[in-house]
Design a protein around this ligand. Structure first.
Ligand code: ATP
Length: 200
């Protein structure tokens, strides 16, 4: 699985439809300060469900990521970003050679998500990417801040990053959720026993 293409329109500095093609292997994005390199990174995380405008380096409303105009261009009313992945190895659990995940937002409206151009919920996107190592909290995108915090991290925090990268973290999270459910069920059983004891 690899990212083949990003299509952006109206997202931050990308007022016009812009298509970036990627190949297998390492891709470097270079350009002068402020040309929009980090906005591409933001766009990827946005499609994958990022809900924090702060981590998208944007204003308080999610619609602030829509191109807000420049000296020579009027603002636009819609932002849309699509990520197109090669799925010939069926890493995504779907029977298509290409998987296209899209997020669209219009001013004063909630965002919409689409998988292969079919409208879906954020949860469907999250579920689709969950076991691929691509989730919005995964380590598939490493920012400059991540690197310095990794270098400065305490050993136990660094260990949790290794666990995330090795795919162990998700099982730990599932174990924690299951244990919490077990505990709740145990409490319910005890409560039920109390009621039964009272009735007898
Ligand atoms: P550097 O090399 O300095 O880190 P960069 O290439 O990563 O820069 P970005 O941070 O991706 O640059 O882009 C910054 C540009 O994006 C700024 O010119 C900013 O005005 C523009 N920008 C951000 N949000 C919007 C928006 N909603 N509408 C229009 N332009 C925007």
């Amino acid at each position: 699985m690899f990212l083949k293409r990003i299509e952006l329109q109206g997202f931050k500095s990308f007022a016009d439809r812009t298509v970036l093609q990627f190949d297998q292997g390492v891709t470097g994005i270079v350009g002068p300060n402020g040309c929009g390199k980090s906005n591409i990174n933001d766009a990827i995380r946005w499609v994958l469900g990022e809900q924090s405008t702060k981590s998208l380096r944007s204003g308080t409303a999610m619609s602030d990521i829509i191109f807000s105009g420049s000296e020579v261009r009027k603002p636009v009313n819609l932002a849309s970003v699509s990520l197109v992945f090669d799925n010939t190895q069926r890493i995504f659990a779907t029977d298509f050679d290409e998987v296209e995940i899209t997020r669209v937002i219009r001013r004063n409206r909630d965002a919409q998500y689409l998988i292969n151009r079919t409208p879906c919920r954020l949860k469907d996107v999250t579920d689709l990417v969950m076991d691929t190592g691509l989730g919005r909290d995964s380590l598939s995108i490493i920012t400059q801040g991540n690197i310095s915090s990794f270098a400065d991290a305490k050993p136990e925090d660094r260990r949790s990053l290794f666990e995330e990268a090795a795919g162990v973290a998700k099982y730990k999270k599932r174990k924690k959720t299951s244990l919490a459910k077990l505990e709740a069920t145990q409490a319910n059983l005890e409560r039920l026993q109390d009621i039964l004891d009272e009735l007898e």
